[in-house]
Design a protein around this ligand. Structure first.
Ligand code: AQP
Length: 345
């Protein structure tokens, strides 16, 4: 099937975030902020807290539940409106796991072996990694294809997984002589598609990094944000006039990109304003901006988190709406594959 054939599918966005820790500035700029923009553009949006993905590495059960509620609060506080977007946690819609199995049988080992996230997360001791961590990308393909999503807003690190989803969809369509699944497009936009660690400009900012100083959490208060930015690793040079001159200065480049994304400006514009200034001037300006943007989100998140039953209700309602789209697509997939489905429903 060609990309042009995607035109026969209704535009629909799917994306997800793992509740494997508190949401970070990386998740916000790389994903959440753009989830809100897509919702506000009026496209149908389905957003999922992928708790089945989260358990591919060990999660304490009570913490996982708390983190899932915290992530839901973060989505709503950042501007996701559960009446307009579908917001739910993955495990409440069992079709994800069911389609995941079918797609495990379509994905090839050779494809999975090329996935860089598995290599990064499994590290040197891949033998001890869970089978789920290895199959993570085919479950992600199921998440996306279960809604016939055509666009997937993600950060740079997830691009390879969306490309794999296209390969899986294309192989399914080819093997079963159908055009049932669309070939979804990754949507990677903005100045901060890859926010780096505040302690090491060559490493991605991550919610599971052992160092809390490496990231800004959406629950950090103003003092904590200012302190983390003040202590962020940098170099002794002033900021240059052009982006090209930041090529070998990953930490400086990261802070400029963060400023640009928070301000909704191009990094070049930020450099025009701060060229010639050192970090003694730039860091306080960045901290002030970060607090101004994140402060209201943090306050609203804390308010929402005080009522966990209401968060659970919202997730349950979202799951019912998600299930209504997913069930028929799963059922049709099982028909195509050749399963007998004669049990009364
Ligand atoms: N540092 C980042 N910069 C830009 N985008 C990012 N995303 C994550 N980190 C950055 C984007 O956030 C979305 C959700 O990611 P995820 O939570 O499902 O998994 P991840 O990419 O593995 O994120 P983390 O924070 O690093 O989680 P852990 O530590 O649990 O593995 C995706 O769109 C991702 O691109």
């Amino acid at each position: 099937m060609t990309d042009a054939a995607n035109a026969s599918f209704k535009p629909r966005i799917f994306s997800g975030i793992q509740p494997s820790g508190g949401l970070t500035l990386g998740n916000y700029l790389g994903a959440l902020k753009r989830f809100v923009e897509k919702q506000d553009e009026g496209i149908e949006t389905v957003y999922c807290l992928v708790d089945l993905h989260a358990i591919t590495v060990w999660q304490d059960p009570e913490r996982l539940r708390a983190q899932t509620r915290e992530a839901a609060a973060g989505f709503i506080a950042a501007g996701i409106d559960p009446a307009r977007s579908i917001l739910f946690n993955q495990s409440q819609v069992s079709a994800h796991a069911e389609l995941g199995w079918v797609l495990n049988c379509v994905a090839r080992l050779g494809w999975m072996n090329r996935m860089t996230q598995f290599k990064d997360k499994a590290g040197k001791n891949a033998e001890a990694a869970s089978l789920g961590l290895y199959a993570y990308p085919s479950l992600m393909a199921a998440d996306i294809l279960l809604y016939h999503a055509t666009m997937v807003p993600v950060g740079e690190d997830q691009k390879q997984h969306v490309e794999l989803t296209r390969d899986i969809a294309a192989k399914f369509n080819h093997d079963y002589r159908t055009d049932f699944f669309p070939l979804p497009e990754p949507v990677i936009e903005g100045a901060a598609t890859r926010v780096m660690s505040l302690r090491d400009g060559t490493k991605k900012m991550s919610k599971s990094d052992p160092s809390d100083a490496s990231r800004i959490n959406l629950t950090d208060d103003a003092d904590m944000i200012a302190q983390k930015i003040r202590k962020a690793r940098t170099d002794a040079e002033p900021l240059p006039e052009t982006l090209a001159e930041l090529k070998d200065r990953p930490e400086a480049k990261n802070l400029v990109n963060i400023y640009a994304a928070l301000a909704g400006e191009a990094p070049e514009t930020v450099l025009e304003r701060f060229a010639g200034h050192g970090f003694g001037a730039f860091k306080p300006a960045l901290a002030e901006l970060a607090v101004a943007v994140l402060g209201p989100i943090t306050t609203e998140m804390k308010r929402l988190m005080a009522d966990p039953a209401e968060i659970d209700r919202v997730l349950g309602q979202g799951a019912e709406r998600a299930d209504a789209i997913a069930r028929p697509i799963l059922a049709r997939t099982l028909d195509i594959v050749g399963m007998i489905r004669s049990r009364p429903v």
